[in-house]
Write a protein that binds this ligand. Sequence first.
Ligand SMILES: [Zn+2]
Ligand SMILES: [Zn+2]
Length: 399
Amino acid sequence: MNISYIFYALGNNAFFASRTFLPALVTALAIKFPEFIPLLDSLPITGDELWLVKDEVILGLAILSFIEELAIRNPDFARMIEEIDAFIKFAAILAINNAMLDPQVLEAIFNHAGTTGSTAMIIGVAVSAPVIFIARLRRNFLAYLRDLDEGNDLGLISLANWLENGWIFFGVFFLVFLPGLAFFVILIVLACVYLLEQYLKKKERQSKIECANCKELILPTATACYSCGTANSKIKNVGLLGFPKDTEAVDLQTHKYRLLSVKRCPHCANRKRDKSFDAQCETCKKYPKELGVDVKLYAEAIDSRLKEVLITAFILGLFPIIGLIATIIYSKLKLARPYSQYTGFGKSFLIRLITRVGIVILFVIQPVPVIGYLSCPAIALMYYHAWKSGFEEQYGLTK
Ligand SMILES: [Zn+2]
Ligand SMILES: [Zn+2]
């Protein structure tokens, strides 16, 4: 029995769960140019006559990989294909695993000749199906990251993209040349991701509290139960990333705006997915309007943060580079995100572009004495004004 093939085909699931075309491209390159890998002169997986290694196929895969990379950077697109994503990936890995499953391998697996094409297909499906489960695991994990860092303000989404690309690029090569060893490394990595996800889920469950009336589990930051509407008597404050703090909220109205500023429902404190400020909450079905919050007062609540952020930025300005990066993250979370998360895509695209150019300029200026010191407060002001004006325009708040 050709155990290399089984390791290879199963291991592939870990890469195709991440991307559809990149793992296929790297596989094709690894088989076409084995001379780039030192120390190895024979391939466990062979394929000189394979369709996969033809120039036009490689070129096509390269173009598709590039398009996919651009597409997944758009959160709207990523969400749109989320439902069918696992099945597209299944089709891709099935094509690759079946391409590798040449007649010799098939014979070796069953130790006799004359195995039919349909048997090959059944084996192909069996060794490719895990991709559907791993793709789901990845989706849940990314959803968690997106909740934490919508708009990529902390750079977590970019970091995840880079890690995944690196994992595919090195992993696929490794898998083609040393299927057995690579397979066990993959198992360990997947187990770690799974355990981490379970841990995060458990932590989230544990942080919930029981509704005094209906006993449903509600978020400690909620002002009321999402199910029966009973008011929460001990509302916990909400942090900049949406997690509950240890302190209790003093003023109900202030707390509602704070929830909205981290894109959470002012009633049940669950995540709001919609980009519109006035949108209905998907969990409790309430509209912000019926909860006594107003878009204009929201903007005022955010504006009142400016002084504190500017003072912090002045202090951070004393530290070169680190102070600058800290200011970027802090002012993004405190001033930009409360506005950007409710700003439509056309407008945000332009604002993102302009603020990025601004950041580059301010980075260059920072080492200059005296003026450079003002870079940090300038970053805070730039984010604040750029996003505030976009938000005000969208919600008709400009006088
Ligand atoms: Zn309740
Ligand atoms: Zn709600």
